[in-house]
Structure formats: C-alpha cells, structure tokens
Design a protein around this ligand. Structure first.
Ligand code: FES
Ligand SMILES: [Fe+2]
Length: 326
C-alpha cells in the first residue's frame, strides 16, 4: 500500500488504487520485480531466418541484440560494447557477418565472441584476455516459433513459465512455415496494464459494433468464447468448438483460404502471455501484439501480422485486409 493513502471502505478485492497507472516508483518497481524477472516476447523466429539476421530490442529498459548465430540458434546479447559500453549495433534490424562497434572499432562474432581489438599491443602491459571480452549473453528460447528472452538466470525454463496455455497456440503456430506479413508500431499514451487488462477481458467488445462487422456475438449479445485463467498471469478466451466469427458478414468470401493448422474456418482464439504478448488467432491470420512499457503513461506496442509463409497473392491481399480490420 502506498504510504499516506487512505483506501475507500470496501473489501480489498473491490478497488484498485489508480496510482498503479501513474506512479513513477511503482513503475520502477514493476520493471525490477516483473519485467527483469519473467520471460518476455521479442519477435517471431521467421524474422531471424538466415544466419546473421539480427534485430535490436529494448527489454525491461536494457538494450539487446538478437541474432541467428552460425550454429543456427537464435542468441541474445546485451548490446553493450565490452570496451567502453557503446551500443555495438545501432540499426533496428539487418544482416551481418560480424558486429563492429563504431566507437573504437572492436569486433564481435555472431556468437558474441570478441574477435578483434584495435591496437592490441596497447594492452600488453595488462595482458588483456580477449576470450573473456565477448558480448554478455542473455537467456533466449523459442516456443511455437515465438522468441522470448529472460534477463534473470533464476527464472524457471520458458516452457514451465508459459505452461499449458501453449496448447491453444501450438498447432496453428508450429506445424507449417509462417511469415510476418505485416509490421507496425506506435507509442500509446497509456499505462501498460491498461493494454494488458483490455486484452484479457471482453467487456469492451460492444465497442467493436462500431468498427467491425464480423463478430456475430456482438450483434446477438452472446458469445461461445470462454475466459480461461492460467498460472503466472496468462489468460485467454476461446470456444469449445462452436463458431465464433462470421467472416461472410464483412464480405470475406475466402477468409478460410490458408487456414492455419488446427483452426476451424470460423474460429477465433485470444491468448495473453503475461506480461507483454497478446496472440489473436483467426482462421488464416495471427496477430501478435508485443507491448513495451516506456513510462507510467507511455507504452510502445508492436503489431505483427503472421500467417502461412506460402499463399497465393490474392489470398495475401485478403489476409492483409482481414488483419488490418482487427
Ligand atoms: S566502446 Fe566499443 S570499441 Fe570502444
Ligand atoms: Fe477488442
């Protein structure tokens, strides 16, 4: 409880102190006690398809490099030069055969090893050991094609952290090659928990009556989708098999072309992996929302459209329209 705060005379479970959305101290605490401890989603594996493909990301305030190393494994490192801490990679994404720091030109291999020091003889007096000066690695693992990192060495393995909610994702995301066909990002003037809360409940669904025409339950005021709660804060909602989306209502004649494995043509699943990932799977489109808290009232959201890697051009067009509608 925040000191000096007098809560209303209600049971503790019946209200939130709204300073959890605005207070700098609470925000710093969340970064340290949640974001620096749990597994966080960073990208889809297809975005790092070839050897040397890299991306830079900010995770819990720390700059990281993700790279497909020569052994085929996606690795994560702090994007901090071991010389004088300059950022080693300054692009958002690309392909490289090695990384070179712009400041004094030290070089690093794709496996993070320090491969070159400028004017090494200058360090003779201190017998500098280059083998100990590789980029510092961060835990990185993949589940259902989703790449996660974890800054803490103590947190349980990714599979245990995510737990059984992965069953709702596994078949559509793991059994056929997928690609990111759309990417967008924006900063929202809202606290990260509002984004998470909004994705975890469907009380706001009536709003979609205005901007979407494909959700029959909105019109019928009923839905076969059920809210499901899991350990570690994960949640989701999906039906037990009943139809959940009527694509024809919005003129999507071929919405089922390219349907993902394990999905029915008219099925929709929403899976929230706490704290930063929302997966929304509909017939042939997956939306991946990654959320990065920047300040108490500022949140970066990245939207990815994911689908089967190989589909005809007209299906690709329809899929993009379908994706942009949600
Ligand atoms: S800080 Fe990177 S080479 Fe000096
Ligand atoms: Fe919504």
């Amino acid at each position: 409880m925040i000191s000096g705060y007098e809560p209303p005379a209600l049971p503790k479970t019946h209200f939130l102190d709204n300073r959890i959305f605005t207070d700098e101290t609470i925000f710093a605490q969340e970064k340290e006690e949640i974001y620096q401890r749990v597994w966080l989603f960073v990208c889809h594996e297809s975005e790092l398809a070839a050897q040397g493909d890299f991306r830079t990301v900010s995770v819990a305030g720390k700059p990281l490099i993700l790279v497909r190393a020569p052994d085929g494994i996606i690795r994560a490192f702090y994007n901090v030069c071991r010389h004088r801490a300059a950022p080693v990679v300054r692009e958002e994404a690309g392909n490289a055969s090695e990384f070179q720091c712009f400041y004094h030109l030290w070089t690093y291999g794709l496996d993070g090893a320090c491969t070159g020091i400028t004017k090494p003889s200058g360090y003779d007096a201190v017998q500098l050991d280059r083998s100990k000066l590789g980029l510092i690695s961060v835990r990185c693992d993949i589940i259902a094609g989703l790449v996660f990192v974890c800054l803490s060495p103590e947190t349980e393995p990714l599979e245990d952290y995510i737990g059984p909610i992965i069953d709702a994702v596994h078949e559509p995301l793991s059994t056929a090659p997928l690609k990111v066909f759309h990417y967008n990002k924006a900063e929202l003037g809202a606290n990260w928990k509002l984004w998470q809360d909004n994705n975890s409940e469907r009380y706001h669904s009536l709003l979609h009556f205005i901007n979407r025409k494909t959700q029959p339950w909105v019109i019928a005021k009923t839905s076969p989708m059920k809210l499901r709660l899991f350990d570690n804060g994960h949640s989701g909602y999906w039906s037990d098999g009943e139809a959940t989306v009527t694509y024809e209502a919005a003129g999507y004649k071929d919405a089922s072309v390219g349907t993902l494995p394990g999905m029915r043509d008219n099925e929709m699943r929403v899976i929230n992996i706490f704290p930063d990932l929302m997966i929304n799977i509909r017939a042939n489109v997956v939306r991946l929302d990654r959320m990065v808290p920047i300040a108490p009232g500022k949140t970066l959201v990245e939207w990815r459209g994911l689908g089967l890697a190989h589909v005809p051009e007209d299906v690709e067009r329809d899929r993009l329209r379908h994706h942009n509608m949600f």
